[in-house]
Write a protein that binds this ligand. Structure first.
Ligand code: F6P
Length: 543
């Protein structure tokens, strides 16, 4: 279906023609009930949408658009196991990963929930053995370091959550995450380690990803050089859907934790891909995280769009990106623990909706997925916030902030946290309401500086607050964004669950690697620039 043919689409185009007139100062002045009406409470999250440049009429038409494209039916189709990932002929059932025992989710007529819980049970038993010291390495020593080797969805979710939930980690066990095929990543991770106390978790849905397999092979060589080949069984486990490749690599499938093709890589942190996280925080905290995910799944499934937080966040993004031509969105967690959250969201959003062909095979005639980027506050304030406040482009921002400091026991934690939160609130205030030339002129007499010191304001943001960053709250946050991304994909008519755009580079790299390593004179038949780059590299390496 072409969403641009709907009635609400045309109405939104009309609204967008006067986007410049949508002024936050005016919207707030005219409507004292705006903040209450536009602040949603969902589980532990409070989502303040009031600082968005949407009038009640725009919101009504966005909601009408969601209805015209069948958002609710599409979500129901997803959670009911329909094969909505049509280009890969797969169901999309990450929501089943957090379904409680007793709930039925059918995929091809079979209830998948018992298998999900059986796997959670196996993961939990293994995590408990590693945590208690019962699982020992080849020399009999307990594990002290878990290294997750994976990339994309097999890295970003676990590392983001491991960092976010630092306060909940096991005292003896630390995790490290190796993703980049640049050997420096692995070398930095193992340099100071004793192989005898190190466990590698090789995480790859397909178990064919070049970067992960290369890192895993080098890790295996590092380990066996000091402990011998028999040590692999005690120091390597795999997380994958591909038992054949796991066995071919040399990992016993008894030490493999599986999941299913209906879990997309970027939607997999709550599957067995979360094994390293579960070892760090324990099965109970992991289960608590799943309840957080589930709370938002239920909200998304059961709440009318007008009060549905992920749906409204997605619709507002569609408004900015498609109708108002705003190219990017900043994600600004005021929480050091969430320092990897923007990177996590980059894959979630941009690999899902960075597409220009609709699910029906037709090219879109409108802008789709925004560029997602960000850094934790307050650091960003001292680098790119200048552009957010006074640059020529309007960039909507997401602020994420918590009531409680992460390390409440630390002397001075309250003072730090109050300052952090004050800065967060000040940034969204400054972005929204700016400072007029008249206001600047009250204290500045030089007319030149008046213009330099004026802030245009009218720059939109969402503020998401929760009492504290707990496992459940983290699950809620991730699910909130998952369903926001889903909403955008449905409105744009995209398949948010494939990623064909990563294929070409993989194929070309396979063709180039042989030319780099060729002992003789390689037959270079690439474009002139690529040929020259290959020659330059070869000459740098004396080949
Ligand atoms: O980069 C493409 C991609 O397929 C991602 O979607 C995925 O998360 C990542 O590679 C890793 O894939 P795998 O888990 O199969 O190694």
């Amino acid at each position: 279906m072409d969403p641009s043919l709907t009635k609400s689409w045309r109405a939104l185009q009309d609204h967008a023609a006067s986007f410049d007139d949508l002024d936050l100062r005016g919207l707030f002045d005219d409507d004292p009930g705006r903040v209450d009406r536009m602040t949603l409470t969902v589980a532990d999250l409070t989502v303040d949408l009031s600082k968005h440049r949407v009038s009640p009429a725009v919101l009504d038409d966005l909601i009408a658009l969601a209805n015209e494209v069948g958002l609710a039916d599409r979500f129901a189709a997803m959670i009911d196991g329909e094969r909505i990932n049509s280009t890969e002929d797969r169901a999309v059932l990450h929501t089943a990963l957090r379904a409680p025992v007793g709930v039925e989710v059918l995929e091809d007529g079979e209830n998948v929930v018992p298998a999900v819980h059986e796997m959670l049970g196996r993961m939990g038993a293994f995590a408990d053995r590693v945590r208690s010291g019962d699982w020992v390495g080849a020399t009999g020593a307990p594990i002290e370091t878990v290294i997750n080797i994976g990339i994309g969805g097999s890295d970003l979710g676990p590392v983001m959550a491991y960092e976010a939930l630092a306060a909940f980690r096991h005292e003896r066990i630390r995790c490290r995450f190796v993703s980049n095929v640049d050997g420096s990543d692995l070398i930095a991770a193992v340099r100071d380690l004793d192989p005898a106390t190190t466990l590698f978790v090789i995480s790859s849905k397909t178990f064919t990803t070049q970067e992960t397999l290369t890192n895993a092979q080098s890790a295996q060589a590092w380990l066996t050089a000091s402990l011998g080949a028999d040590a692999v069984a005690k120091h390597f486990v795999a997380v994958s859907t591909n038992a054949t490749e796991v066995a071919a690599f040399g990992i016993d499938t008894d030490n493999m934790f599986g999941f299913w093709d209906w879990v997309g890589g970027r939607y997999s942190m709550d599957s067995a891909i979360g094994l390293s996280l579960m070892i760090a925080i324990g099965p109970d905290a992991f289960a608590e995280m799943l309840t957080g995910f589930r709370a938002i799944d239920e909200h998304m499934a059961a709440t009318p769009i007008a009060e549905n937080a992920p749906a409204l966040l997605g619709l507002i993004e569609v408004w900015y990106r498609t109708f108002c031509d705003l190219p990017s969105r900043a994600v600004l967690p005021y929480s050091q623990a969430l320092h990897r959250f923007p990177a996590y969201l980059q894959q979630l959003d941009m690999e899902s909706n960075g597409k220009r062909i609709r699910i029906d095979g037709e090219p879109v005639t409108y802008e789709t997925g925004p560029v997602i980027w960000g850094e934790p506050g307050t650091n960003g304030q001292h680098s790119f916030h200048q552009l957010l406040h006074q640059g020529s482009t309007v960039i909507p921002a997401d602020f994420i902030v918590f009531g409680a400091p992460e390390n409440a026991e630390f002397e001075g934690a309250d003072a730090h946290h109050d300052l952090l939160v004050a800065n967060c609130f000040a940034q969204s205030q400054a972005l929204a309401f700016g400072r007029t030339a008249e206001e600047v002129a009250e204290t500045e007499t030089d007319p030149l500086l008046v213009s330099h010191r004026t802030f245009p304001g009218n720059r939109p943001s969402t503020t998401i607050m929760a009492p504290a960053l707990t496992p459940s709250v983290l699950g809620q946050l991730v699910a909130l964004y998952e369903h926001q991304v889903f909403t955008q994909g449905v409105v744009w008519g995209l398949n948010s669950f494939d990623q064909w755009g990563v294929e070409l580079g993989k194929v070309l790299a396979s063709a180039i690697i042989g030319k780099l390593r060729d002992d003789g004179t390689p037959d270079l038949r690439h474009d002139a620039s690529t040929n020259a780059l290959i020659q330059r590299y070869r000459s740098m390496r004396g080949r």
